[in-house]
Design a protein around this ligand. Structure first.
Ligand code: UDP
Length: 327
């Protein structure tokens, strides 16, 4: 199979690339390296089945040819991370919406019909106060132009672009709402909690818990995520549909911090930081974010293999390895 991955040097994209190369597929990655990095694909670049283009999806001259070549497209290119979104909402709007439309236009315009995954996010559930979310639950977004919700709004627009193309033109597109995903290659610069806590614990620095730490999240190992995405892309019943992808195990951020300290044998303390100090403004955090995965299970038989403890142990070990290399 020929697999095109936009944003393929990013965290999840690079795992998709590795997964498909291991299956013997040909993989073509395009990434502008804004949040992705060459380090994520370094080990793949020697593989003759792997090709990389450093380009922005918004003006990539090869887009038409790459789309024609592909049997499957994972559209993962997006500006992500709370910090980045607050810093540059204009870039978020352009990349996340125009980029998606360009891909879909190129597919339909060329008369192609590859299997397509469009990456959306659990952020689209917005401020809905439920503690777990099924695909049919309401989207609750505040009005008044609060930029914190830019990411959710762009991703919601992407979902409707995908549904429109799928239903009007019969394209084979599945939309995935990705819940918190963790694993190797994820970096903490954009605010993601697990790489930040792991690094802080391994360096014996205080773990920065934002707010009370009572907010909860459910973390899915990226190596389970890619299996789910592969299953959905190839599943005709998923085309034209939106499906949650994540893990149902839930943990509070405070318990997560304590667990990471314990498993790493760290001497770090927890440091509670207000949202204002953390994000530079009053930030509306989501209290609970747990996916209902009935639809994913029904479509693909998904069962995650990694427990949170196993993923954390792996990440702690890798972080120690990085420190040893630097030392
Ligand atoms: N968080 C934290 N300390 C950090 C980074 C994040 O306590 O150093 C919190 C953050 O406020 C949120 C949770 O951890 O409640 C998950 O944050 P992340 O940005 O990883 O994911 P998201 O908020 O998008 O679910």
């Amino acid at each position: 199979m020929h697999v095109l991955i936009t944003g393929g040097a990013g965290f999840i994209g690079s795992h998709l690339a590795e997964y498909h190369l291991a299956q013997g597929d040909q993989v073509y990655v395009v990434d502008n390296l804004s949040t992705g990095s060459l380090a994520n694909i370094e080990l793949l670049r020697g593989n003759p089945a792997f090709r990389f283009a450093e380009a922005d999806i918004l003006n990539w001259g090869e887009l038409g040819r790459a789309v024609a070549w592909a049997d499957r497209i994972y559209h993962m290119a997006a500006v992500v991370g709370v910090k980045k979104v607050l810093e540059d909402p204009v870039a978020v709007m352009a990349t996340n919406m125009t980029g998606t439309e360009k891909i879909l236009r190129a597919i339909h315009g060329g008369g192609w019909n590859p299997q397509v995954i469009i990456a959306s996010t659990s952020e689209v559930y917005g401020f809905n106060a439920k503690d777990s979310f099924a695909e049919t639950d309401d989207i609750v977004l505040p009005s008044g132009g609060r930029l914190r919700w830019t990411y959710a709004v762009t991703k919601l627009a992407d979902e409707f672009l995908a549904f429109s193309y799928a239903r009007k033109y019969g394209l084979h597109i599945a939309v995935v709402r990705l819940f918190n995903t963790i694993g190797p290659n994820q970096v903490g610069h954009y605010g993601m909690v697990v790489p930040r806590f792991v690094r802080q614990a391994v360096c014996n620095k205080p773990l920065t818990v934002y707010g009370t730490g009572e907010q909860t999240r459910s973390f899915c190992d990226v190596r389970d995520t890619v299996v789910a995405l592969d299953g959905l892309a190839g599943c005709p019943q998923a085309w034209g549909e939106v499906v949650n992808v994540g893990n149902e195990q839930e943990i509070s951020i405070r318990d997560l911090a304590e667990l990471i300290v314990r498993r790493s044998g760290s001497s770090s303390a927890l440091r509670f930081v207000s949202y204002r100090d953390a994000y530079g403004e009053e930030f509306e955090d989501v209290s609970h974010r747990r996916p209902v995965l009935d639809k994913l299970r029904a479509l693909t038989g998904f069962a995650p293999e990694w427990t949170l403890a196993e993923t954390l142990d792996d990440l702690i070990e890798r972080e120690r390895g990085k420190n040893r290399r630097v030392a």
